[in-house]
Ligand binder design. Structure first.
Ligand code: ZN
Length: 308
């Protein structure tokens, strides 16, 4: 497989303050894990600064202006209970958008087989007009819209296995049957949404897990809920909100996945992409707060993307 990593030094410049779990060391752990010899054939490119026009596909202009205006010249500003911005945060978030959109361009053009966008801040809690849960711009959602607007793709499936429910992505596509949102997550847990009764226009599929569930429950839920939904939907492109906070070492949740489970899940998503959309898959980093668990899981994930 031709797999390309989209990264940028600015992703370590989004500062969140001492003790915050969504910290620059996360991206350093990801970069370090992908420096191993097994990743010699991994293509690499800098995530460009995203275009505001792409951000506006999912977020109103006045919301984007509010985030920009909240960005301090120095120090940190808290814009939600747990969402912090520093001087470089707005630009970092724009590079996350740019990386995700360029990854879509490259996968759709056939330049590469699949992509991993190693960006922070994460995005899936960002609703249309609300920053929350460490997230400013919802890059997975924007990438889906970009695929439709710039490339004319009809149906985009977003699979989300971050341990927290992607309320932002659900919000953005709530009444839009052209985008399937299928999420596996722990419930109850932040942000509180994600029950099976939340179905939008029939395009929202939530598969909640409970604290203590491990690989078997995760795999069963994936096969029972996600696989049939994607199969019925027949997407033209799959975008993966790849959080790694279901890892057993993660301090923010209680799902006990191992790297082998992430390997299996990556393979399942790739099989779906092969079946319906020529393998077209863009994976975007979301959460994952134990540095060791995150690094190992990302390495496993990207290795599977590369080897098929
Ligand atoms: Zn998460």
């Amino acid at each position: 497989m031709r797999t390309r990593l989209y990264h940028h030094p600015i992703f370590a410049e989004h500062l969140t303050g001492p003790g915050h779990p969504e910290r620059p060391d996360r991206i350093r752990a990801v970069e370090a894990a992908l420096e191993a010899e097994t990743f010699q054939l991994l293509q690499r490119c800098e995530a460009p600064e995203g275009r505001l026009q792409d951000v506006y596909l999912c977020h109103p202009e006045d919301y984007v202006r509010r985030v920009a205006q909240a960005t301090p010249a120095e120090g940190l500003v808290r814009i939600d209970g747990d969402t912090v911005v520093s001087p470089r945060s707005f630009t970092a978030a724009l590079h996350g958008v740019g990386g995700a959109c360029l990854a879509v361009d490259d996968v759709v053009s056939g330049a590469i087989s699949n992509a991993f966008v190693a960006a922070r801040p994460p995005g899936h809690h960002a609703e249309r007009a609300t920053a929350m849960g460490f997230c400013l711009f919802n890059q997975a959602a924007i990438a889906a819209r970009h695929a439709q607007e710039a490339h004319g793709l009809s149906r985009i499936a977003i699979i989300d296995w971050d341990v927290h429910h992607g309320n932002g992505t659900q919000d953005i596509f709530w009444s839009d049957p052209t985008v399937l949102y299928a999420s596996l997550h722990q419930m109850p847990l932040y942000p509180g949404t994600g029950s099976v009764t939340e179905t939008g226009a029939g395009n929202i599929v939530n598969a909640p897990l409970k604290a203590g569930d491990g690989g078997n429950a995760f795999r069963e839920a994936f096969l029972a809920r996600v696989t049939p939904a994607v199969t019925e939907f027949r997407p033209d492109l799959i975008i993966l909100s790849a959080g790694f906070d279901m890892h057993y070492r993660d301090p923010l949740a209680e799902i006990e996945l191992t790297e082998e489970d992430f390997d299996w899940a990556t393979g399942q998503v790739m099989t779906l992409a092969d079946r319906f959309c020529n393998g077209r898959l863009v994976s975007v980093l979301e959460g994952g707060y134990d540095l060791t668990g995150l690094g190992r899981s990302v390495a496993t994930h990207v290795q599977r993307l590369m080897t098929g």
